[in-house]
Design a binder for this molecule. Sequence first.
Ligand code: FMN
Length: 358
Amino acid sequence: MTSSSLWQPFALGRVALPHRLALAPMTRSRANLDGTLGDHTATYYAQRASLGLVITEGTQPSEDGQGYLNTPGIYTPEHVESWRKVADAVHAGGGSLFIQLMHAGRMAHPDNTPHRRQPVAPSAVSADQDIRTAAGLQKAPVPRELSAQDIQATIAEFRHAAASAIAAGADGVEIHGANGYLLHQFLSPNANHRSDSYGGSLENRSRFVLEVAQAVADEIGADRVGIRLSPAMPLGGIDEGGTESVRAQYRHLVGELATLNLAYLHLHHVGDDELLRSFRDVWPTAVLVVRYGRTRGQIADDIDAGLADIAPLGRFALANPDVVERLRTGASLNEMDPSTIYGGGEAGYTDYPALAHA
Ligand SMILES: Cc1cc2nc3c(=O)[nH]c(=O)nc-3n(C[C@H](O)[C@H](O)[C@H](O)COP(=O)(O)O)c2cc1C
C-alpha cells in the first residue's frame, strides 16, 4: 500500500481527477510515417485510462517539429481523426487526455521527417547527440537558425496544433518545454546564441516559451494548457550553467508563466528542492512532479511534502496498464522490457498483463 495522499481526488483545470497519479508523457515511436497513429495506440491509452490524467507521448505541431522516427503529429485533418479515436477510448475508460506538443528543434534528423529538411533551432549549434533513425544511430546535424519570421510561424504552429488537439476531443495540451527540445533550447545559453530579443539575457531567452504559452492559452483557454519544464536537465546537450543561473532563469520564467493561470506546471525534476519550493509558492494551480528513478515507495513523497499535487508515472505505467490498482492494493509490478520500448507492434505495448491475467 502507498500513502493515502495519493487517493484524494483533485480538480485540474476543467477536469476532475479521481486520484493523484497520472500517465507521464512517453514516446513510443509507433505512429505511421504521415504522423497518424498506429493501429494499437487507442488501445494502449485506453488500457491506461484509470491513471485519470493521460498525458500523451510527444506529438509534433508541424513537420519541422518532428525529431524522432514514427512519432505522431497533430496538425493535419488526418491527425485529428486519428487522435479522436484515442480521446474517445480514454474518455470511455473514465480518463482525461492531454496531448503533449513537442517540437524537437535541433534534436532531430532529416531522415526522420516527412520533408527531410535540416532541423531548426534558436541558433546553428549542434546538440552533438545521436538520434535513432531507420539507418541506425546518426549524429543530429547542425540546425538552421530560426529567423524572426520563422519564430512567429512556429508560435502559430503551436496555436494550430492546440486547436487541432481540442478538435480531436482532447481535454487539453501539455507544452513540452523540457528535456532538451526546442523550448528548452531557447532557454539554454549553450544552445541559444541569438542577439535579437529572443536571446542574450535570461528574460530574452524566456521570451519564446512565454509567447508559445500565451498563444496556446489564447487559442484554447489557459485552463486546458499545461507546461512541462526541466530546470538543469542536461538531456540533448543542454547546459544551463550553475545552480544560481538555473534558479534565476526559472524563477523568472515560472513567475511569468504563473500570471497566465495555466491548468498545471509539470516538472521533470532533477533535485533542486529549494527551487521547486519557490515554484510552489508562486504557482496558482496544480504542480505535477516526476523524479526520474523514483522508487515505488517514493511516489507520494512530493505530495506528502507539499511540493506537488500530482505524481505522474512513466515506466511503471508503461509496463503496468493497471498500475493504479496495483499500487492501491500493494500488488507486484510487471518489469518493463527495454527491447520493445520504441517501435514495433503490440509486443511491449498493449500486451503487458493486467492483474487478473498476471
Ligand atoms: C520510453 C520513454 C519515453 C519518454 N518520452 C517522453 C516524451 O515524449 N515527452 C516527455 O516529456 N518525457 C518523456 N519521457 C520522460 C517521462 O515522461 C518521465 O519523466 C521519466 O520516464 C521519469 O519518470 P519514471 O521514472 O516514472 O519513468 C519518456 C520516458 C520514457 C521512459
